[in-house]
Design a protein. Structure first.
Lengths: 412, 81
């Protein structure tokens, strides 16, 4: 039980197109500066019609698998709340696309935005148990928003995929297996009752998020069994980000918990800038990160130059509507930063194509017609040269055709 | 604990957490939104008030509350329980 386990390698796929949130704010008659400062989203990810949760997951995983023998992967788990099928898990599509061998276990996990951590959990336990026969697990989280044109939720949408290797060589982050706190309840806050509908009540969800944060942190403290100084014992704090702006409230809540005298707003703001903001630098470019949240946060933190040292403890909070909260921690390793920086995530993100508000509106309406559509072929010429420039010959997975519900994918 | 005391604590936290309310008298018949609170501000006011009053209400029960007086009533239920 004492073997080290955690994340060996990680990659984030941020889609191939974006929308500028300020331009969207102007188009909707809102103050662009306020929209950005409230939600802390600069751009949101957009997918062309030839991408879905399968392609995003595979495209995140492809770079993670470089240099890894597929025969070394013994398990593939994919977390999503945006699957393209109710029975066949998208882990099968991704397994096929990546050319993984047949003697692996694969399945999909669901728990709203907790799906990614839900997918990581059995992989961690499997490696920690020693019953993994020396194999590694490939874990993927992949999610994308539904259409929300002209709603107040429109400013907190997005989509992304995270892929990472779980092994007993956790060079990016060792997960502290005996320090994981949970808190669950039965509530309708945000949910997806059909393949089209992503619905709920924002306020219920925000309240529930904070209950789960406090509840899972209290459980974490019980399991640690020692007094924790929230400000000193974690070098950085990563929070689930349905929108990055929520991290400020989350941070304020835990900083002030169990304190006689509350921190002043200025002190909280300074601590937030120092210990939370570095982990938000990718989600600011993605928008909602759904089940990828903690992994996007980790990759963002390690992509910055914010000071961090081997042995530093960071905290992570995952939340899934419905609901569950998990508060856990990990230890930074010697090469954590170097490994993540070598993925050059911001440079890859820089290559995304910006869409106008009109293009975005057209795209979201179109994508709505593709959900559960039994027959369609994506139009690769839809955004001019975008396919040619960004995909052709680049080895990205794309959806080629849906025929009688059978989906065909190919590498570009 | 009286309802007046609860309203006093909530009002104090509204003034402390929102901008430009220093000289304002908080009307319990109004919603925090009337004083410019966004969703995250309301959560903070609720958190601070619960801490100060030593009351723990599942926050999910608070989503449908429309004004400050209703919030105080909800706190009363849990204060007496």
């Amino acid at each position: 039980m004492n073997r080290k386990v955690g994340i060996e390698k990680i990659n984030i796929y941020g889609t191939s197109m974006i929308l500028d949130q300020k331009k969207l704010a102007v188009a909707r008659g809102l103050d662009p500066e306020k929209v950005v400062s409230d939600f802390l989203i600069d751009t949101r990810s957009l997918n062309p019609p030839w991408e879905d949760t399968v392609t995003m997951g595979a495209n995140a995983a492809k770079k993670v698998m470089e240099g890894i023998d597929p025969a070394d992967i013994g398990m593939l788990i994919v977390g999503t709340e945006g699957s393209v099928d109710f029975g066949k898990p998208i882990s099968t599509n991704i397994m096929g696309a990546l050319g993984l061998h047949n003697n692996i276990r694969n399945y999909e996990t669901k728990h709203a935005c907790y799906s990614g951590v839900a997918a990581m959990d059995p992989a961690l336990s499997w490696v920690a148990s020693g019953h993994n026969h020396g194999k590694k697990a490939l874990v993927i989280a992949t999610d994308f928003s539904r259409e929300h044109l002209n709603t107040k939720e429109e400013f907190v949408m997005g989509g992304t995929a995270a892929a990472f290797i779980i092994s007993d060589n956790p060079e990016v982050l060792e997960i502290e297996m005996d320090k994981r706190g949970n808190w669950s309840t039965d509530i309708y806050d945000t949910f997806r009752p059909t393949a089209h509908a992503e619905v709920g009540n924002n306020e219920v969800s925000l309240y529930s998020y904070m209950d789960a944060l406090e509840g899972s942190y209290a459980d974490y403290c019980d399991k640690v069994g020692e007094k924790i100084d929230y400000k000193k014992d974690f070098r950085y704090n990563l929070y689930h980000t349905p929108f990055p702006g929520i991290a400020f409230q989350a941070h304020r809540t835990l900083l002030n918990l169990n304190r006689e005298e509350r921190f002043k707003k200025k002190e909280i703001q300074a601590d937030f800038e120092e210990r939370v903001m570095p982990g938000l630098q990718l989600s600011r470019r993605i928008g909602s990160t759904y089940g990828c949240s903690n992994f996007v946060g980790l990759a963002a933190l390690l992509s910055t130059d914010a000071p961090i040292d081997e042995g530093d403890r960071i905290s992570l909070f995952a939340y899934g509507s419905g609901a569950i909260g998990e508060f856990y921690s990990g230890i930074i390793q010697k090469n954590s930063r170097e490994i993540v920086k070598s993925m050059k995530l911001h440079e890859v993100f820089d290559q995304r194509r910006e869409c106008s508000v009109e293009e975005y509106e057209m795209l979201e309406k179109l994508r709505n017609t593709l959900i559960e559509n039994p027959n369609f072929k994506p139009d690769f010429d839809l955004f001019g040269d975008h396919y040619k420039n960004h995909y052709e010959g680049k080895g990205l997975l794309v959806l080629k055709e849906v025929k009688d519900h059978y989906r065909t994918y190919e590498w570009s | 604990m009286t309802k007046e005391k609860i309203i006093e604590v909530i009002s104090k936290n509204i003034i402390e957490n929102l901008d430009d309310l220093e000289n304002e008298t908080i009307d319990p018949k109004k919603s925090m939104k009337d004083y410019g609170a966004n969703s995250l501000d309301m959560i903070e006011v609720v958190s601070c008030s619960m801490r100060e009053l030593n009351i723990k209400v599942p926050r999910a029960e608070l989503a449908d509350i429309e004004d400050i007086e209703q919030l105080a009533d909800k706190f009363m239920e849990h204060a007496e329980a």
